[in-house]
Design a protein around this ligand. Structure first.
Ligand code: PMP
Length: 361
């Protein structure tokens, strides 16, 4: 096997090595089926067991009880930007959105395209989305409050979720899903593209509170209704089987190897301390997010010049540290340190950063 690098890609992103090894070990003959999981029917008991395991582990890890449906829907997190307003709006009631970056902006755009009465109750656009807004009030008549828990591009994250009172919260957790425990009760819907913290690209996980399903209008096309997915255990049509399978393996790793979300959060905090303490102590690297808003998943930083940033990314790649280029819309550098990127990877990155600074600073 070739040398595996430390992978700091933002998504698709690193997967836990034991997950890849298990995938490899059972690739040619999945549990005595004589087929790979890529080849079995989604109408088989093999696949039923896979999807049921993924759902069960999600319910256990997040403490969902039986109040929520766990769905797999193709079209990525981006399809959810329109499915949410289509399914969850209530006649004559506006919807509240908080804008903290590119992904929230896109979610707002879709709700507006659909002609919904969108109120942007808070935004950090005035300072280039470098912080999480603090002063805002959720309108009590809102059908829901939408926000993005972690802003993958700008490197900001809600340390504490907003208080929406009785208004159901709807959250894009694509880039910090399963990175920490949280109270699910105020949420009407949570969604996450699989390709960052829970698996490969090809599906979003959507967790929807059962009472929210009553809002789905009959007039929606079948494949755009949450109820279609809920009634058929995400198998009204062919699901992205291999994504669901890898998600089940990642969640097994999270439960059995890591020991659950409390422990995962502790490890993620430890990683954050290592890299942010280093950046804060350096005059060469500069973090781009406000300190109280910065993300434990996507660490965004600049070097003194764009030329140095280019060299940094290229030299890092040569040293086996990949994916450190910032998003094309903002430039700079970004280290995505999701669950599968361990403390060792972060320490190696910091060592490399220190050495680069010593040579170039
Ligand atoms: N939301 C967030 C927070 C994201 O980071 C991304 C992708 N980077 C998306 C939504 C869009 O996800 P997808 O490509 O699965 O549509």
């Amino acid at each position: 096997m070739g040398k595996r690098i430390y992978n700091f890609n933002a998504g698709p992103a690193a997967l836990p090595l034991p997950v890849l090894e298990e995938f490899q070990a059972e690739l040619l003959d999945y549990k005595g089926s004589g087929m790979s999981i890529l080849e079995v029917s989604h109408r088989s008991t093999w696949f039923d067991d896979v999807i049921n395991e993924a759902v069960l582990r999600t319910q256990r890890l997040l403490g969902l009880g039986d109040a929520f449906e766990v769905l797999f829907i193709q079209g990525g997190a981006s399809l959810q930007f329109c499915m949410i307003p289509m399914n969850l709006c209530v006649a004559d009631r506006p919807v509240d959105y908080i804008n903290t970056g590119t992904w929230s902006t896109k979610a707002i755009k879709e709700a507006k395209i659909l002609g919904k009465d969108v109120r942007v109750i808070a935004s950090s656009e005035d300072k280039g989305f470098s912080y999480i807004p603090k002063e805002f009030a959720v309108n009590r008549d809102a059908a829901y409050l939408h926000f993005t828990s972690n802003n993958t591009i700008k490197g900001t994250q809600w340390a504490q979720f907003p208080d929406a009172g009785e208004v159901p919260m709807v959250c894009d957790m694509s880039s910090d899903f399963m990175s920490r425990p949280f109270d699910v009760r105020p949420f009407g819907l949570i969604y996450a593209g699989a390709q960052k913290n829970i698996g490969p690209a090809g599906s979003a996980m959507v967790i929807v509170r059962k009472d929210m399903l009553e809002r789905t209008p009959d007039t929606l096309p079948t494949m755009l209704k949450y109820t279609t997915f809920a009634e058929k255990n995400s198998m009204y049509n062919t699901p992205s089987c291999v994504v669901v399978y890898i998600v089940a393996l990642v969640l097994k790793w999270l439960e059995e190897t890591i020991g659950g979300l409390e422990r995962m959060a502790q490890i993620n905090r430890e990683k954050g301390v290592i890299i942010y303490d280093f950046i804060d102590g350096s005059a060469f690297y500069r973090g781009t997010a406000d300190k109280d808003s910065r993300s434990l998943m996507n660490v965004t930083f600049r070097l003194p010049s764009e030329d140095l940033e280019k060299k940094f990314v290229a030299d890092a790649q040569k040293e086996g540290l990949g994916g450190l280029k910032g998003h094309r819309s903002v430039g700079g550098c970004r280290a995505s340190i999701y669950n599968a990127t361990g403390v060792g990877a972060v320490k190696s990155l910091v060592d490399f950063m220190a050495e680069f600074e010593r040579k170039q600073g």
